[in-house]
Design a protein around this ligand. Structure first.
Ligand code: NAD
Length: 372
Protein backbone atom coordinates (compact mmCIF):
# COMPACT_ATOMS: atom_id res chain seq x y z
CA UNK A 1 0.00 0.00 0.00
CA UNK A 2 1.49 3.37 -1.06
CA UNK A 3 0.41 6.67 0.43
CA UNK A 4 1.48 10.28 1.11
CA UNK A 5 0.51 12.47 4.03
CA UNK A 6 0.63 16.24 4.43
CA UNK A 7 -0.97 18.53 6.99
CA UNK A 8 0.41 22.05 6.70
CA UNK A 9 -2.03 23.88 9.01
CA UNK A 10 -0.75 25.07 12.41
CA UNK A 11 -3.37 24.22 15.02
CA UNK A 12 -4.07 26.01 18.30
CA UNK A 13 -6.83 24.35 20.37
CA UNK A 14 -8.44 25.33 23.64
CA UNK A 15 -11.03 27.38 25.44
CA UNK A 16 -10.07 31.07 25.40
CA UNK A 17 -7.51 30.66 22.56
CA UNK A 18 -9.24 33.36 20.50
CA UNK A 19 -8.03 35.94 23.02
CA UNK A 20 -4.44 35.26 21.82
CA UNK A 21 -5.28 36.57 18.35
CA UNK A 22 -3.02 39.64 18.47
CA UNK A 23 0.02 37.52 19.42
CA UNK A 24 -0.80 34.96 16.73
CA UNK A 25 -1.13 37.65 14.04
CA UNK A 26 2.00 39.46 15.25
CA UNK A 27 4.05 36.23 15.19
CA UNK A 28 2.98 35.81 11.56
CA UNK A 29 3.86 39.50 10.92
CA UNK A 30 0.35 40.26 9.62
CA UNK A 31 -1.17 43.75 9.32
CA UNK A 32 -4.32 45.23 7.71
CA UNK A 33 -6.61 42.21 7.67
CA UNK A 34 -10.26 41.50 6.93
CA UNK A 35 -12.60 39.52 9.18
CA UNK A 36 -14.88 37.30 7.09
CA UNK A 37 -17.61 36.59 9.61
CA UNK A 38 -20.93 34.80 9.74
CA UNK A 39 -23.51 37.63 9.98
CA UNK A 40 -24.78 36.24 13.29
CA UNK A 41 -21.59 37.42 15.00
CA UNK A 42 -22.21 41.04 14.01
CA UNK A 43 -25.60 40.64 15.70
CA UNK A 44 -24.29 39.07 18.91
CA UNK A 45 -21.11 41.18 19.07
CA UNK A 46 -18.50 38.40 18.72
CA UNK A 47 -17.19 39.90 15.45
CA UNK A 48 -16.39 43.20 17.23
CA UNK A 49 -14.74 41.31 20.12
CA UNK A 50 -12.48 39.60 17.55
CA UNK A 51 -11.57 43.03 16.16
CA UNK A 52 -10.67 44.09 19.72
CA UNK A 53 -8.57 40.94 20.24
CA UNK A 54 -6.65 41.85 17.06
CA UNK A 55 -5.75 45.29 18.55
CA UNK A 56 -6.20 47.08 15.23
CA UNK A 57 -4.55 44.49 12.98
CA UNK A 58 -7.98 43.64 11.47
CA UNK A 59 -9.42 46.76 9.83
CA UNK A 60 -12.53 45.56 7.92
CA UNK A 61 -15.46 43.16 8.39
CA UNK A 62 -17.23 41.31 5.57
CA UNK A 63 -20.36 39.38 6.53
CA UNK A 64 -22.59 39.10 3.47
CA UNK A 65 -22.50 35.30 3.67
CA UNK A 66 -25.30 32.72 3.59
CA UNK A 67 -25.22 29.02 4.46
CA UNK A 68 -23.91 27.15 1.39
CA UNK A 69 -21.91 30.26 0.43
CA UNK A 70 -22.36 31.58 -3.08
CA UNK A 71 -19.85 32.58 -5.72
CA UNK A 72 -21.40 36.09 -5.51
CA UNK A 73 -20.41 36.40 -1.82
CA UNK A 74 -16.88 35.30 -2.69
CA UNK A 75 -16.64 37.88 -5.49
CA UNK A 76 -17.96 40.67 -3.26
CA UNK A 77 -15.46 39.76 -0.52
CA UNK A 78 -12.58 39.53 -3.03
CA UNK A 79 -13.45 43.02 -4.37
CA UNK A 80 -13.25 44.50 -0.86
CA UNK A 81 -9.89 42.78 -0.34
CA UNK A 82 -8.53 44.22 -3.61
CA UNK A 83 -9.86 47.76 -3.02
CA UNK A 84 -8.52 47.98 0.56
CA UNK A 85 -5.11 46.39 -0.06
CA UNK A 86 -5.93 43.77 2.55
CA UNK A 87 -2.95 41.59 3.53
CA UNK A 88 -4.56 38.71 5.41
CA UNK A 89 -7.93 37.10 6.09
CA UNK A 90 -9.45 35.87 9.36
CA UNK A 91 -12.49 33.61 8.92
CA UNK A 92 -14.98 33.34 11.78
CA UNK A 93 -17.96 31.01 11.46
CA UNK A 94 -19.04 27.58 10.34
CA UNK A 95 -17.94 25.94 7.11
CA UNK A 96 -19.88 28.51 5.09
CA UNK A 97 -17.83 31.49 6.31
CA UNK A 98 -14.57 29.54 6.24
CA UNK A 99 -15.13 28.40 2.66
CA UNK A 100 -16.12 31.89 1.46
CA UNK A 101 -12.94 33.27 3.06
CA UNK A 102 -10.72 30.52 1.62
CA UNK A 103 -11.95 31.16 -1.91
CA UNK A 104 -11.80 34.98 -1.63
CA UNK A 105 -8.24 34.85 -0.21
CA UNK A 106 -7.15 33.27 -3.49
CA UNK A 107 -9.43 34.86 -6.10
CA UNK A 108 -8.62 38.34 -4.73
CA UNK A 109 -5.07 37.81 -6.02
CA UNK A 110 -6.46 37.42 -9.57
CA UNK A 111 -8.57 39.78 -11.70
CA UNK A 112 -11.20 37.04 -12.14
CA UNK A 113 -14.50 35.99 -10.62
CA UNK A 114 -14.32 32.77 -8.58
CA UNK A 115 -16.79 31.34 -11.13
CA UNK A 116 -13.87 31.06 -13.59
CA UNK A 117 -12.17 28.64 -11.18
CA UNK A 118 -15.28 26.94 -9.76
CA UNK A 119 -16.89 25.88 -13.02
CA UNK A 120 -15.06 27.76 -15.78
CA UNK A 121 -12.06 25.45 -16.08
CA UNK A 122 -9.46 28.14 -15.21
CA UNK A 123 -6.67 26.95 -12.88
CA UNK A 124 -5.86 28.86 -9.69
CA UNK A 125 -2.22 29.96 -9.40
CA UNK A 126 -0.25 29.71 -6.15
CA UNK A 127 -0.79 33.27 -4.96
CA UNK A 128 -3.13 33.78 -2.01
CA UNK A 129 -3.48 35.80 1.17
CA UNK A 130 -2.65 34.08 4.46
CA UNK A 131 -5.79 32.86 6.20
CA UNK A 132 -6.51 32.27 9.90
CA UNK A 133 -9.54 29.99 10.32
CA UNK A 134 -11.65 30.18 13.49
CA UNK A 135 -14.47 27.61 13.28
CA UNK A 136 -17.62 28.23 15.35
CA UNK A 137 -19.39 24.95 14.55
CA UNK A 138 -17.98 21.49 15.20
CA UNK A 139 -18.74 19.98 11.84
CA UNK A 140 -16.90 20.62 8.62
CA UNK A 141 -13.21 20.44 9.55
CA UNK A 142 -12.77 23.09 6.85
CA UNK A 143 -10.09 24.70 9.04
CA UNK A 144 -7.67 21.89 8.07
CA UNK A 145 -8.76 21.01 4.52
CA UNK A 146 -7.74 22.33 1.10
CA UNK A 147 -11.36 22.47 -0.09
CA UNK A 148 -14.02 25.18 -0.32
CA UNK A 149 -17.58 24.18 -1.15
CA UNK A 150 -19.41 26.88 -3.13
CA UNK A 151 -22.87 27.28 -4.63
CA UNK A 152 -23.55 28.92 -7.96
CA UNK A 153 -27.29 29.65 -7.94
CA UNK A 154 -27.29 30.81 -11.59
CA UNK A 155 -25.96 27.43 -12.70
CA UNK A 156 -27.90 25.55 -10.01
CA UNK A 157 -24.79 23.79 -8.70
CA UNK A 158 -23.12 23.27 -5.34
CA UNK A 159 -19.65 21.79 -5.69
CA UNK A 160 -16.26 21.67 -3.98
CA UNK A 161 -13.20 23.40 -5.38
CA UNK A 162 -9.78 22.32 -4.14
CA UNK A 163 -6.38 24.01 -4.04
CA UNK A 164 -3.34 23.80 -1.74
CA UNK A 165 -3.87 27.60 -1.43
CA UNK A 166 -6.93 26.87 0.68
CA UNK A 167 -5.01 25.38 3.58
CA UNK A 168 -5.22 28.03 6.31
CA UNK A 169 -1.89 29.23 7.74
CA UNK A 170 -3.40 28.62 11.16
CA UNK A 171 -6.55 27.17 12.75
CA UNK A 172 -7.67 28.52 16.12
CA UNK A 173 -10.21 26.14 17.63
CA UNK A 174 -11.88 27.61 20.69
CA UNK A 175 -14.70 25.34 21.96
CA UNK A 176 -16.28 28.23 23.91
CA UNK A 177 -17.36 29.70 20.55
CA UNK A 178 -19.62 26.70 19.89
CA UNK A 179 -21.88 26.92 22.97
CA UNK A 180 -24.31 29.21 21.12
CA UNK A 181 -24.82 26.77 18.22
CA UNK A 182 -28.57 25.99 18.02
CA UNK A 183 -29.76 22.41 18.70
CA UNK A 184 -30.67 21.62 15.09
CA UNK A 185 -27.26 22.86 13.84
CA UNK A 186 -25.48 20.89 16.60
CA UNK A 187 -27.27 17.76 15.39
CA UNK A 188 -26.51 18.22 11.69
CA UNK A 189 -22.93 19.38 12.09
CA UNK A 190 -22.26 16.57 14.59
CA UNK A 191 -23.32 13.96 12.06
CA UNK A 192 -21.26 15.75 9.39
CA UNK A 193 -18.29 14.94 11.64
CA UNK A 194 -19.32 11.28 11.69
CA UNK A 195 -19.74 11.28 7.89
CA UNK A 196 -16.25 12.73 7.41
CA UNK A 197 -14.67 10.16 9.71
CA UNK A 198 -16.53 7.13 8.31
CA UNK A 199 -16.15 8.22 4.68
CA UNK A 200 -12.45 9.06 5.15
CA UNK A 201 -12.00 5.57 6.63
CA UNK A 202 -13.81 3.64 3.91
CA UNK A 203 -12.68 5.88 1.02
CA UNK A 204 -10.81 4.07 -1.77
CA UNK A 205 -7.89 6.39 -0.88
CA UNK A 206 -7.80 5.59 2.83
CA UNK A 207 -4.42 5.56 4.55
CA UNK A 208 -3.13 4.72 8.05
CA UNK A 209 -2.70 8.21 9.55
CA UNK A 210 -6.16 9.32 8.41
CA UNK A 211 -7.62 5.98 9.57
CA UNK A 212 -6.29 6.62 13.08
CA UNK A 213 -7.85 10.11 13.07
CA UNK A 214 -11.16 8.60 11.89
CA UNK A 215 -11.17 5.98 14.65
CA UNK A 216 -10.57 8.67 17.28
CA UNK A 217 -13.26 11.00 15.88
CA UNK A 218 -15.96 8.31 15.54
CA UNK A 219 -15.55 7.23 19.17
CA UNK A 220 -15.91 10.84 20.34
CA UNK A 221 -19.09 11.47 18.29
CA UNK A 222 -20.89 8.46 19.77
CA UNK A 223 -19.83 9.51 23.27
CA UNK A 224 -20.45 13.27 23.15
CA UNK A 225 -22.82 14.34 20.35
CA UNK A 226 -26.08 13.62 22.19
CA UNK A 227 -24.68 15.32 25.30
CA UNK A 228 -23.83 18.47 23.31
CA UNK A 229 -27.25 18.29 21.64
CA UNK A 230 -29.16 17.92 24.91
CA UNK A 231 -27.21 20.64 26.73
CA UNK A 232 -25.40 23.14 24.51
CA UNK A 233 -23.65 24.64 27.54
CA UNK A 234 -21.98 21.29 28.42
CA UNK A 235 -18.48 22.62 27.71
CA UNK A 236 -16.81 19.21 28.02
CA UNK A 237 -19.12 17.78 25.36
CA UNK A 238 -18.61 20.86 23.15
CA UNK A 239 -14.83 20.58 23.54
CA UNK A 240 -14.85 16.88 22.64
CA UNK A 241 -17.05 17.55 19.59
CA UNK A 242 -14.58 20.25 18.47
CA UNK A 243 -11.78 17.69 18.87
CA UNK A 244 -13.84 15.16 16.87
CA UNK A 245 -14.54 17.71 14.14
CA UNK A 246 -10.86 18.59 13.79
CA UNK A 247 -9.76 14.94 13.78
CA UNK A 248 -12.47 14.05 11.26
CA UNK A 249 -11.27 16.94 9.06
CA UNK A 250 -7.81 15.34 9.13
CA UNK A 251 -9.42 11.92 8.45
CA UNK A 252 -11.13 12.88 5.18
CA UNK A 253 -8.98 15.81 3.95
CA UNK A 254 -6.64 13.62 1.90
CA UNK A 255 -8.71 10.44 1.29
CA UNK A 256 -11.75 12.63 0.35
CA UNK A 257 -15.39 11.82 0.97
CA UNK A 258 -17.54 9.25 -0.80
CA UNK A 259 -21.18 8.27 -1.37
CA UNK A 260 -22.93 10.19 1.41
CA UNK A 261 -21.28 13.46 0.46
CA UNK A 262 -21.98 12.85 -3.25
CA UNK A 263 -25.68 12.46 -2.38
CA UNK A 264 -25.62 15.48 -0.06
CA UNK A 265 -24.97 18.00 -2.85
CA UNK A 266 -28.34 17.60 -4.65
CA UNK A 267 -30.11 16.98 -1.32
CA UNK A 268 -28.95 20.45 -0.31
CA UNK A 269 -29.29 22.30 -3.62
CA UNK A 270 -32.63 20.72 -4.69
CA UNK A 271 -34.27 19.83 -1.37
CA UNK A 272 -32.68 22.55 0.81
CA UNK A 273 -31.51 20.11 3.49
CA UNK A 274 -28.62 21.63 5.50
CA UNK A 275 -25.23 20.13 4.71
CA UNK A 276 -24.63 17.90 7.74
CA UNK A 277 -28.21 16.62 7.80
CA UNK A 278 -27.95 15.93 4.05
CA UNK A 279 -24.80 13.83 4.56
CA UNK A 280 -26.42 11.95 7.46
CA UNK A 281 -29.52 11.24 5.36
CA UNK A 282 -27.75 8.37 3.54
CA UNK A 283 -24.90 7.66 6.00
CA UNK A 284 -26.41 4.60 7.74
CA UNK A 285 -27.47 3.19 4.35
CA UNK A 286 -23.92 3.57 2.98
CA UNK A 287 -22.53 1.96 6.15
CA UNK A 288 -24.71 -1.11 5.46
CA UNK A 289 -23.55 -1.15 1.81
CA UNK A 290 -19.84 -0.62 2.55
CA UNK A 291 -19.52 -2.86 5.63
CA UNK A 292 -17.90 -5.82 3.83
CA UNK A 293 -15.67 -3.85 1.44
CA UNK A 294 -11.95 -4.66 1.43
CA UNK A 295 -12.21 -7.78 3.57
CA UNK A 296 -14.70 -6.30 6.04
CA UNK A 297 -12.42 -3.56 7.43
CA UNK A 298 -15.44 -1.31 8.11
CA UNK A 299 -17.18 -4.07 10.05
CA UNK A 300 -13.93 -4.60 12.02
CA UNK A 301 -13.77 -0.88 12.79
CA UNK A 302 -17.32 -0.96 14.19
CA UNK A 303 -16.41 -3.93 16.42
CA UNK A 304 -13.26 -2.15 17.69
CA UNK A 305 -15.48 0.79 18.60
CA UNK A 306 -17.65 -1.42 20.80
CA UNK A 307 -20.51 -2.23 18.40
CA UNK A 308 -21.57 -5.82 17.70
CA UNK A 309 -21.07 -5.11 13.99
CA UNK A 310 -21.62 -2.48 11.30
CA UNK A 311 -25.37 -3.14 11.28
CA UNK A 312 -25.56 -2.19 14.95
CA UNK A 313 -23.62 1.05 14.31
CA UNK A 314 -25.96 1.85 11.38
CA UNK A 315 -28.98 1.25 13.64
CA UNK A 316 -27.45 3.62 16.20
CA UNK A 317 -26.91 6.36 13.56
CA UNK A 318 -30.53 6.04 12.46
CA UNK A 319 -31.71 6.21 16.08
CA UNK A 320 -29.61 9.34 16.69
CA UNK A 321 -31.08 11.02 13.62
CA UNK A 322 -34.59 10.31 14.88
CA UNK A 323 -33.78 11.38 18.46
CA UNK A 324 -32.35 14.71 17.22
CA UNK A 325 -35.25 15.37 14.84
CA UNK A 326 -33.26 15.01 11.61
CA UNK A 327 -34.83 13.77 8.40
CA UNK A 328 -34.39 10.06 7.73
CA UNK A 329 -37.16 9.19 5.26
CA UNK A 330 -38.09 10.27 1.73
CA UNK A 331 -41.36 11.64 3.03
CA UNK A 332 -39.67 13.75 5.73
CA UNK A 333 -37.23 15.10 3.13
CA UNK A 334 -40.07 15.95 0.73
CA UNK A 335 -38.72 13.61 -1.96
CA UNK A 336 -41.36 12.22 -4.31
CA UNK A 337 -40.75 8.60 -5.47
CA UNK A 338 -41.12 9.81 -9.10
CA UNK A 339 -38.15 12.15 -8.65
CA UNK A 340 -35.73 9.50 -7.36
CA UNK A 341 -34.12 8.67 -10.71
CA UNK A 342 -33.37 12.36 -11.31
CA UNK A 343 -32.00 12.70 -7.75
CA UNK A 344 -29.86 9.57 -8.23
CA UNK A 345 -28.41 11.02 -11.47
CA UNK A 346 -27.53 14.25 -9.68
CA UNK A 347 -25.89 12.17 -6.93
CA UNK A 348 -23.35 10.77 -9.41
CA UNK A 349 -20.83 13.38 -8.27
CA UNK A 350 -17.09 12.40 -8.61
CA UNK A 351 -17.00 11.64 -4.85
CA UNK A 352 -19.29 8.66 -5.58
CA UNK A 353 -16.38 7.09 -7.54
CA UNK A 354 -14.44 7.12 -4.28
CA UNK A 355 -16.98 4.85 -2.56
CA UNK A 356 -15.43 1.43 -1.77
CA UNK A 357 -18.43 -0.36 -3.31
CA UNK A 358 -19.11 0.74 -6.88
CA UNK A 359 -22.53 2.37 -7.15
CA UNK A 360 -24.38 2.14 -10.47
CA UNK A 361 -27.31 4.44 -11.15
CA UNK A 362 -29.67 1.56 -10.26
CA UNK A 363 -27.82 1.01 -6.97
CA UNK A 364 -28.24 4.68 -6.04
CA UNK A 365 -31.94 4.52 -6.98
CA UNK A 366 -32.35 1.41 -4.77
CA UNK A 367 -30.55 3.15 -1.89
CA UNK A 368 -32.93 6.13 -2.04
CA UNK A 369 -35.96 3.82 -2.38
CA UNK A 370 -34.89 2.02 0.82
CA UNK A 371 -35.24 5.24 2.86
CA UNK A 372 -38.87 4.77 3.79
P1 NAD B 1 -22.81 26.99 8.43
O1 NAD B 1 -21.49 27.65 8.44
O2 NAD B 1 -23.62 27.08 7.17
O3 NAD B 1 -23.67 27.52 9.65
C1 NAD B 1 -24.95 26.95 9.90
C2 NAD B 1 -25.80 27.90 10.74
O4 NAD B 1 -25.24 27.96 12.04
C3 NAD B 1 -25.81 29.33 10.21
O5 NAD B 1 -27.13 29.81 10.31
C4 NAD B 1 -24.89 30.09 11.15
O6 NAD B 1 -25.29 31.43 11.29
C5 NAD B 1 -25.05 29.32 12.44
N1 NAD B 1 -23.90 29.35 13.34
C6 NAD B 1 -22.62 29.02 13.07
N2 NAD B 1 -21.88 29.09 14.18
C7 NAD B 1 -22.70 29.49 15.18
C8 NAD B 1 -22.51 29.75 16.57
N3 NAD B 1 -21.33 29.58 17.19
N4 NAD B 1 -23.58 30.17 17.29
C9 NAD B 1 -24.79 30.32 16.70
N5 NAD B 1 -25.04 30.06 15.40
C10 NAD B 1 -23.99 29.66 14.65
O7 NAD B 1 -22.71 25.43 8.80
P2 NAD B 1 -21.54 24.35 8.72
O8 NAD B 1 -22.21 23.06 8.79
O9 NAD B 1 -20.46 24.66 9.68
O10 NAD B 1 -20.94 24.55 7.25
C11 NAD B 1 -21.60 24.00 6.15
C12 NAD B 1 -20.88 24.37 4.87
O11 NAD B 1 -19.53 23.89 4.89
C13 NAD B 1 -21.56 23.72 3.67
O12 NAD B 1 -21.57 24.61 2.57
C14 NAD B 1 -20.67 22.52 3.41
O13 NAD B 1 -20.76 22.06 2.08
C15 NAD B 1 -19.30 23.08 3.74
N6 NAD B 1 -18.27 22.07 4.04
C16 NAD B 1 -16.99 22.38 3.77
C17 NAD B 1 -15.97 21.48 4.01
C18 NAD B 1 -14.56 21.85 3.68
O14 NAD B 1 -13.65 21.04 3.86
N7 NAD B 1 -14.31 23.03 3.18
C19 NAD B 1 -16.25 20.24 4.60
C20 NAD B 1 -17.57 19.94 4.88
C21 NAD B 1 -18.57 20.86 4.62
Amino acid sequence: MNWDYIQPVKISFGTGKIEDLFDILSDLNLKNGILVSDPIFKENGLAYKVLDYSKGLITTIFSNITPNPTVDSVDECADIIRKNNINFVVALGGGSSLDCAKAAASSAKTPYSIVEFHSGGRKLGNEHLPLIAIPTTSGTGSEVTMVAVLSDPKKGIKAPIGSPNFYPAMAIIDPALTVTVPKKVTAGTGLDVLSHALEGFWSKNHQPICDACAFHAIGLVFKYLLRAYNDGTDIEAREKMCEASLMAGLAFGLPKTTGSHACSFPLTSKYHIPHGEACAFTLDAFLRINKNAEGGRVNDLCKKLGFKDAEEMADKILAMKKEMGLKSTLEEAGINENDIVELAKLSQHPNMLNNPVDMSLDDIVDLYKSLK
